[in-house]
Ligand binder design. Structure first.
Ligand SMILES: NC(=O)c1ccc[n+]([C@@H]2O[C@H](COP(=O)([O-])OP(=O)(O)OC[C@H]3O[C@@H](n4cnc5c(N)ncnc54)[C@H](OP(=O)(O)O)[C@@H]3O)[C@@H](O)[C@H]2O)c1
Length: 391
């Protein structure tokens, strides 16, 4: 199998190294920006003209490892239209353009694989599809952002403030210079959409999935959780609902003896529940050069060996976009809100404590849709943090 790798950053380099460890795969081209300095071993493979790759009949698979939507979208569409299979870890691309990508792959009779886009090195999406071959998945959920997990785990262990831990995560390379997509739950939301699409044969619009991140959590919230025997994790959840799916991203409080609470540092833990199989959980490194690069090459090997996870070869798409309804999914929430909270619906509160920094509340069970509307309304009003409580 001859492959072309687009982008020689973290994942692209990991994919080159993993390809070198696999006898069946040969890297034929590496696409970089003009003038990029590359290691000697790659210099004969470099091009900055995408047409070299698109028009090369010897290229079987294009591995898009650049990230972003443009020009990644244009390049992978062109590759598929020229009969090339596509593998990508690019969750932003897949979650935003799922239907066009799947349709294009089907029309051109090529494979489209993106196992590394959710869970990095963990074969999560691979096993999700494998389970679906003879079972019905009812729910997927889990910790899919290593940066947030590192921050929450360190805050819990050390009792330090969010900003301080974020800074150390950036110094260690666990967090980006601009951490917004991670800490506001956007990265987790994209993985929620992809996992939900595959689990439920959906086409979930990312804009219809509410996400509440961890940027407003305080050391005081964490000490409250510890005192009550809880550990906080950022999770995505998607499940079947009557007409579509329930899907959301939010911090969640787990009992200290749960698998989620035991998932420390920058690790991921993601689970599925299926009607016959029950619960299966997958744990490991959800990011990084070697795990993610290897996962890209595993997809290439599956294409080469014809390992088929999809009945009929392609992802099943519904006629229109899948409705997201979080109104029938209910649980209790922890909410921390500043004293200045006029209009807050105190009728949903079951337990209440107050000090100079605000109210610390436990709600009665409320619909997820209502909790996220409250978050929308109050998050910019002084300090506000909320976390669902795993019952
Ligand atoms: N890092 C991980 O552990 C991980 C895990 C799972 C999924 N992913 C996904 O994998 C993708 C790549 O992530 P990464 O961490 O490898 O990013 P990265 O380290 O920033 O690498 C991206 C590379 O692509 C190059 N690139 C971007 N646009 C280009 C263009 N128009 N033309 C030529 N080269 C271009 C960049 O070049 P410049 O540096 O010159 O801009 C850079 O070398 C993203 O979609 C990410 O979400 C990453």
């Amino acid at each position: 199998m001859n492959i072309a790798i687009l982008g020689l950053g973290t994942v692209g380099t990991g994919a080159c190294e993993a390809a070198a460890r696999s006898e069946a795969i040969k890297v034929r081209w590496i696409f970089v920006r003009p003038g990029k300095k590359v290691a000697l071993e790659y210099q004969d493979l470099i091009t900055s003209d995408i047409d070299d790759i698109i028009n090369d009949p010897e290229v079987d698979v294009v591995c898009e490892c650049m990230g972003g939507e443009t020009p990644a979208y244009e390049y992978v569409m062109a590759a598929m239209k020229h009969g090339k299979h596509v593998v990508t870890p690019n969750k932003g691309l897949v979650s935003a353009h799922y239907r066009e990508l799947v349709d294009c792959a089907r029309e051109n009779g090529v494979a489209l694989r993106f196992t590394s886009s959710a869970g990095g090195g963990i074969p999560w999406l691979f096993n999700l599809l494998r389970t679906k071959r003879c079972d019905t998945i009812t729910r997927v959920w889990g910790i899919l952002n290593g940066t947030c997990n590192y921050i929450l785990d360190t805050m819990h262990r050390e009792g330090s403030d969010f900003d301080q831990i974020l800074k150390s995560a950036q110094d260690l390379g666990y967090a980006e210079k601009d951490p917004t997509a991670d800490i506001e739950g956007i990265d987790t939301l994209r993985k929620c959409v992809i996992s939900g699409d595959l689990a439920f044969d959906g086409d979930i619009d990312p804009d219809s999935v509410p996400a509440f991140g961890i940027s407003t959590i305080t050391a005081k919230d964490i000490s409250w959780f510890k005192a009550k025997g809880y550990v906080c994790r950022l999770i995505m959840s998607a499940s079947r609902s009557e007409d579509g799916v329930s899907a959301y991203v939010e911090p969640t409080l787990f009992r200290a003896d749960s698998l989620e609470a035991g998932t420390g540092a920058n690790n991921n833990l993601v689970s599925l529940e299926a009607e016959e199989l029950g619960i299966q959980s997958f744990y490991g490194q959800g990011a990084g050069k070697a795990p993610t690069g290897s996962s890209v090459i595993q997809d290439v090997i599956d294409i080469a060996t014809g390992t088929e996870m999809l009945p009929g070869g392609y992802y099943h798409l519904p006629a229109g976009s899948t409705p997201v309804d979080n109104s029938t999914c209910t649980h209790r929430y922890y909410i921390h809100i500043s004293n200045d909270c006029q209009g807050f619906p105190f009728q949903i509160v079951a337990e209440q404590e107050e000090d100079k920094d605000g109210f610390y509340l436990i709600t009665k069970p409320v619909p997820v849709s209502q909790a996220h509307s409250i978050a929308q309304e109050f998050r910019s009003n002084g300090s506000f943090f909320m976390a669902g409580i795993q019952e």
